[in-house]
Design a protein. Structure first.
Length: 583
């Protein structure tokens, strides 16, 4: 199970012990920052992360978050949290690593532990469980129980990290390790009388014992979860105690008791409809599994309707929140630009550099926003595909912009130190990253354009790409495109994957085959299209090139659209054949 809310308690009033760079934060600013953080915390408590982001942005006006300080760490950790709950995990992971760097510079063990817990959670939600375990264990080396110094806001405590580590081991199906760390979490939570911590530790224990099929032990801990969560009014945890108890009863074929526990959960959902969506969906997933097992159609229909209702509301809310976060992220960059420009000793040189970066950021966020808005207006049947492409867009932009932001800060320092050679090198890297980002964005935007939904348009774009690539090395390109292909329509998913498979194949032939001729043929066979790419190069041994990601990505994309991909390099040259069924 994924108990995301364990990783951070929401934050009370803040007392800052740090000074802002060269000047002390004046009392009026100090009071305003306290108010802004409190407002952001209140909105995060009710899952309104777009509103929380707006209040965090107000703090950027007062202090630059790029300068290592206790303040900048807390601001970075909150930014990571906003990204986390909006499923922007690549952007959030960058913020978490930034927080770790700040904590190391400050040589603050509690901040290091808190940052490691964040990083571990992002890795765990990206299913990189080994990396998650490594960071959770690193966090345990630095953390300790309260009390903490008064200048700290609420941080990840030992029982949070133990509980997250237990969850990672449960996902790795290492039940004994999950039980060990869940018990450690329970002990640590009991020492500081954290009722929610004790409830979630018992819930983890119940899940681990259920995974080991030790039903009696699992029931005992799920019952302890129920009692503790009721006492602490943590109704979301109580809800999952009922699904755990129902699962236990179902495993021992006690249908009546299993249904009774599920009904307890539904009553709780009726009483508190505002319960956290993530925990509610976890409960409903277990209920669906049990109702399917006993073929209870009325209950199954009721549960499916409720699940659909929650998912639709969550999707709509997240859509609005992500749009706000993207737009306010652009506002942050403008504020940072203005603050650093005013402080720069070499104003003209720094202004030119940062203006270039700001324009790139503005263009990227505008494109990202337009593309995301376009996806949200598609029909409901395309919702899953739209969500996947939107996430790809966010990840590509976020990773590249993080590199640009880092090198812009490095360039600023190099300009101050008159390191002209290094400045040119850093600007070249920024330029290359920007070009790569624009190329990726162009491919994604083209893939979702409904005006380009026929096979002929795809092949014309592919031909233009191939001509540009082959012209550089003097390779003869033979590209045969029948005119009849203009009537063949492709889905958004087919268009994207066919284009990227062929693009990768042509790129590999130009770069590695030493060929003189590349020939591309297209055959229309009723409801199937066949794309054949041949070159007269030196060929390759399939088992050697599989060590890279190119062929693996091609095969994965073909599988995603149920296409057949055959690669033959056993004779003279290389032949790649893609067969795709047209729906």
């Amino acid at each position: 199970m994924n108990y995301r809310f364990l990783f951070l308690l929401f934050f009370p009033a803040i007392v800052f012990a740090q000074r802002n760079s060269s000047s002390e934060i004046i009392k009026s600013d100090h009071d305003f920052i306290l108010e802004a953080f409190n407002n952001a915390d209140n909105y995060m408590n009710t899952d309104h992360y777009d509103s929380a982001q707006l209040w965090l942005n107000k703090i950027y006006l007062k202090v630059s978050y790029r300068k290592p300080s206790l303040f900048s760490y807390f601001l970075t950790s909150r930014q990571a949290e906003v990204y986390y709950y909006n499923n922007l995990h690549e952007l959030g992971l960058q913020e978490a690593f930034k927080g770790e760097n700040i904590a190391v510079v400050l040589n603050d063990s509690l901040l290091i532990a808190d940052a490691c817990n964040f990083i571990g959670l992002f890795y765990m939600n990206n299913n990189k469980l080994e990396d998650a375990v490594k960071y959770f264990k690193k966090g345990l080396r630095f953390t300790h129980q309260p009390p903490y110094r008064k200048q700290y806001i609420e941080l990840s405590k030992p029982h949070h990290i133990y509980g997250n580590l237990a969850e990672a081991y449960e996902k790795l199906h290492l039940s004994d390790s999950a039980i060990f760390y869940s018990r450690a979490s329970l002990i640590k939570a009991s020492e500081i009388d954290s009722k929610r911590g004790m409830a979630t530790a018992n819930l983890n224990l119940g899940s681990a014992f259920l995974q080991k099929l030790q039903i009696d032990s699992a029931k005992k801990y799920f019952e302890s979860t129920r009692i503790t969560s009721i006492a602490s009014t943590d109704f979301d945890v109580e809800l999952n105690s009922y699904s755990g108890l129902a699962d236990c009863e179902s495993r021992i074929k006690n249908q009546k008791e299993a249904f009774k526990q599920l009904e307890n959960g539904f009553k709780l959902l009726d009483k508190y409809p505002q319960l956290n969506d993530f925990y509610s969906l976890m409960f409903l997933e277990t209920a669906l599994k049990i109702y399917r097992k006993y073929n209870d159609q009325p209950a199954l229909i009721r549960t499916l309707e409720l699940k659909t209702q929650i998912q639709t509301a969550t999707y709509s809310r997240n859509n609005i929140q992500i749009q706000t976060i993207l737009l306010t992220g652009l506002k942050n960059e403008k504020l940072i630009f203005n603050l650093e420009l005013a402080e720069s000793k070499n104003k003209q040189s720094l202004a030119n550099t940062l203006l270039y970066i700001l324009l790139l950021v503005l263009l990227s966020f505008v494109i990202a926003f337009i593309a995301y808005r376009y996806y949200t207006l598609q029909k409901l049947r395309l919702a899953n595909l739209r969500s996947k492409i939107s996430q790809d867009l966010h990840d590509e932009v976020g990773a590249t912009l993080s590199g640009i932001a880092m090198y812009s800060y490095i360039t600023k320092e190099q300009i101050k130190n008159n390191e002209h050679t290094k400045v040119n090198h850093s600007l070249d890297i920024i330029k290359d990253n920007a070009g790569e980002m624009v190329a990726k964005l162009n491919d994604i935007v083209w893939a979702v354009n409904p005006l380009e939904d026929n096979l002929l348009a795809l092949l014309e774009r592919l031909k233009d790409f191939a001509l540009q690539l082959t012209a550089v090395k003097g390779i003869v390109l033979i590209f045969e495109i029948p005119n009849s292909l203009s009537t063949i329509k492709l889905s958004m998913e087919q268009r994207k994957n066919i284009y990227l498979i062929c693009k990768e194949a042509i790129n590999n032939a130009v770069k590695y085959s030493d060929c003189k001729v590349i020939k591309v043929e297209i055959e229309n066979q009723q409801k199937n299209i066949k794309i054949i790419l041949n070159d007269d190069g030196k060929g390759f041994r399939l088992e050697e090139v599989r060590k890279g990601n190119g062929l693996t990505n091609m095969e994965s994309r073909a599988k995603e659209i149920a296409a057949m991909l055959n690669i033959d390099s056993s004779g003279f040259g290389t032949s790649i054949i893609l067969n795709c069924k047209i729906t």
